[in-house]
Design a protein around this ligand. Structure first.
Ligand SMILES: [Zn+2]
Length: 272
């Protein structure tokens, strides 16, 4: 056996490989859920009577928010039973929808950063655009005349929604190369040092994962675990890093299959 292979195997044995059981998120995901998959909902037009006026309001992309409803979360307007149910709001006319199956009514702004906000949406968009350009929240208070606490609430809501959008849009990525890094940072007024963990594709500059946290093994597991959710099945990028050893355990816990080699090999280890 070539010396470098021997040294490699020795290093691998010394590092004692990680498995998915080492990742808190993997352990949580493997907990069996109660109950099976619900039966698929029949298209509402097959269920309801054929009488009545045709739908006039476009409901595509919206879904019944009632978790007990058979049509909960179904955004396809060929299946779901949503219809327009008037408009509301003093400043802007906001569409209301009604689910014909469970009779729940809800605003088109439900689950958006604008839900239940009274300020006109174009004003909020202007303030958030200024913040995205680098304007400080306290400066935005002076420029736009809204309280800093209000502006911060808008910012948090927009950030949380951006996270949801990111998770919705970044699916099945085929990324041949990813660079892993963690940057030392400090939040304003906070004495505690935080680390900004990131994975970046050097070709497209896509950042599939960006997380703030301590520089610990569990944080590395979280980063690699969420990265795995964005990659296409079977996609195994070439990873490069600054050499921080926690990446080794996080990567071997989530990717690939480790096997013993020849006479030297211990029992085959299945790394997934
Ligand atoms: Zn419903």
């Amino acid at each position: 056996m070539a010396l470098h292979v021997y040294v490699f195997l020795l290093v691998v044995c010394l590092l004692s490989l990680a498995s998915p059981d080492d990742c808190p998120a993997c352990r949580l995901a493997s907990t069996p859920s109660s109950g099976g998959e619900p039966a698929p909902a029949r298209p509402w037009r097959e269920v309801k009577s054929r009488r009545g006026a045709p739908k006039r309001v476009n409901t595509e992309g919206f879904a019944c928010p009632n978790q007990k409803c058979l049509y909960f979360g179904i955004t396809d307007d060929q299946i779901h039973p949503l219809v327009g149910d008037g408009k509301h709001g003093p400043a802007e006319r906001i569409q209301t929808f009604r689910c014909q199956a469970c009779r729940t009514t809800f605003s088109a702004r439900r689950h958006t950063p604008l839900y239940r906000l009274k300020t006109p949406s174009h004003q909020i968009a202007m303030v958030l655009s200024a913040l995205a350009e680098g304007l400080d929240a306290s400066a935005a208070e002076r420029v736009f005349g809204y309280r800093q606490a209000t502006i911060t609430t808008w910012l948090i809501r927009a950030g949380e929604h951006a996270q949801t959008l990111h998770e919705h849009c970044f699916r099945n990525l085929q990324l041949p190369h990813l660079q892993l890094d963690e940057l030392r940072t400090r939040l304003r007024n906070a004495k505690q040092v935080l680390w900004l963990w990131l994975a970046i594709d050097p070709l497209t500059k896509i950042l599939p994962v960006l997380q703030l946290g301590p520089r610990t093994q569990n944080a590395a597991h979280r980063v690699i675990h969420s990265l795995l959710q964005f990659l296409a099945p079977g996609c195994l990028p070439v990873f490069t890093s600054d050499g921080l050893n926690v990446y080794f355990y996080a990567l071997t816990a989530h990717f690939g299959h480790w096997r013993g080699v020849g006479v030297m090999g211990p029992k085959p280890f299945d790394g997934r």
